[in-house]
Design a protein around this ligand. Structure first.
Ligand SMILES: [Zn+2]
Length: 485
């Protein structure tokens, strides 16, 4: 490898220094840079394109299921934030405040939104009059700020992050619960079908719910370093927020009733999780559904074959384009094929098509899969269809690898020591019977910084054992312990 390629390529190892490796992939693949203020990043066009890909999929599904987009202010008056006391207590240490404008101190402090229930729900109260106004489903794509003092990790840990937040009001608890489950299902679908990342679905334990929520549900993805990533949550809020903000409606019985609400959000952590899951020591690996370029066509020529090879490659790229694939023809002069291969590998393009004089002669093309380098010679004639099939295969490979990783890393433990030892040695998830007391989680947290990331969604489900693995008291549920981001 030349010095220049060395400089462009990834130098850290995913296996041995995952933190440094991730930071290098994000920067060298052109996804993000670090901002001058700690905790903030600059999202570069390639990183933003991936976020837009996530938006396109989710936003389409939202709109198909009755959601309308809106936009609320970045700032929330303190008096609004205080109307739901759990929100205040839950977010207080992380809220950034504006206290001054120009030279004047503000009469009332303004919170930079950490989440928008406190500003959206009061307007729902104004807009909802009768049962005919329900369900009301609003969503906004925006950023929020949570001033946590932690190391910056692009798309994983930043003080400001991009997300969507959905806020919905319903006639009754059943409607709000169905909404909560529908959005959780859409988040699972995004992870699995678009990002090729399998997830576990569950509830958060009582002591770790969203402030003010009745039930918080989430999807959990296992990262290659053995930690769990929670990129999306869906909250059943019951009538607590509706009570606090007076969201009522007149039903068919002509009586006034309190509505039930739900809120749900997915952040760019999903993007970070996708990058970390699939990428390797050559750089980024993108699933075909999200890749800005799904196929790159690289012509390989000598001076005497240049014209015919380029013409052949251009025709092939045009066919792919016409078939609706996102294709890039890399006909740059002055860069050799090896350089181009490395660069497109770094950028994560799922499928590379190589054509040289031999392929022109035999009316074929050589297709190379990004994740594992598998190379297949295919006929030129039906290349669009064939390329599409290969993209499906690339997706299937990515998903299968991640799924195998997840399956192998859900273990069980019967005692406190087994629980500590198993997470300590392997990472991943460890299922254990649990009494429901936070103190038992704290014991594990204090020892190895692992926590209960979820319990099964079905509250009726029996725990895997009769007694709590930690304290020996009677167990009420099965807890999934893991270290988490
Ligand atoms: Zn216990």
């Amino acid at each position: 490898m030349s010095d220049r390629q060395q400089e462009l390529g990834i130098t850290e190892s995913k296996e041995h220094s995952p933190g440094e490796w991730y930071a290098e992939v994000v920067q060298k693949a052109g996804l993000a840079d670090y901002a001058p203020m700690g905790g903030f990043i600059v999202t570069r066009p390639r990183g933003y394109a991936l976020w837009e890909g996530i938006q396109d999929h989710l936003d389409g599904w939202f709109k198909e299921t009755g959601v309308q987009n809106a936009y609320f202010p970045l700032f929330i008056p303190e008096s609004y934030l205080e109307r739901e006391k759990d929100i205040v207590e839950g977010f207080d240490p992380e809220v950034a405040w504006v206290t001054q404008a120009g030279n004047d101190e503000l009469d009332e402090r303004l919170a930079v939104r950490p989440t928008s229930e406190s500003i959206i729900t009061p307007f729902m109260s104004q807009w909802i009059r009768s049962h005919r106004d329900l369900p009301l489903r609003l969503n906004q794509w925006c950023s929020v700020v949570r001033w946590e003092a932690t190391d910056t990790k692009p798309f994983f840990r930043t003080k400001e992050f991009l997300w969507q937040e959905g806020h919905t009001a319903h006639r009754d608890g059943e409607g709000a619960w169905e909404e909560t489950m529908l959005r959780l299902e859409q988040y699972r679908r995004l992870h699995e079908e678009v990002l090729a990342v399998p997830v576990l679905e569950g509830r958060k334990p009582e002591h770790d719910k969203f402030p003010g929520a009745d039930t918080t549900t989430a999807v959990q993805a296992l990262m290659p370093d053995g930690k769990s990533l929670q990129a999306a949550t869906s909250h059943y809020l019951g009538d607590g927020f509706a009570e606090a903000f007076d969201v009522t409606y007149v039903d068919e019985d002509e009586q006034e009733h309190v509505a039930h609400t739900a809120s749900w959000g997915l952040s760019w952590r999903a993007l970070g999780g996708m990058v970390m899951t699939h990428s390797d020591d050559q750089g980024l690996v993108l699933p075909p559904a999200l890749a800005p370029e799904q196929v790159v066509v690289v012509p390989i020529w000598q001076e005497e074959t240049q014209e015919e090879v380029l013409e052949y490659a251009a025709g092939l790229a045009a066919d792919l384009d016409e078939a609706g694939l996102r294709v890039e023809l890399d006909d740059r002069d002055g860069r050799n094929p090896g350089f181009k291969f490395n660069e497109w590998e770094l950028k994560g393009v799922p499928l590379r098509i190589e054509v040289g004089p031999n392929e022109v002669e035999s009316e074929e093309a050589t297709l190379v899969h990004r994740p594992d380098g598998e190379s297949v010679v295919e006929s030129r004639e039906s290349i669009a269809e064939t390329a599409d099939d290969h993209l499906d295969t690339v997706y299937a490979k990515l998903y299968a690898t991640a799924e195998e990783q997840l399956d192998e890393n859900v273990r069980e433990a019967e005692s406190r020591n087994e629980l500590l030892g198993t997470i300590g040695q392997h990472g991943g998830y460890v299922k254990a019977a649990w009494c429901g007391e936070e103190s038992c989680e704290t014991e594990i947290k204090d020892e190895i910084a692992a926590e209960i990331v979820m319990v099964p969604l079905d509250e009726e489900e029996d725990p895997i054992d009769d007694t709590c693995a930690i304290c020996g008291e009677s167990a009420t549920e099965t807890a999934y312990f893991a270290k988490s981001y």
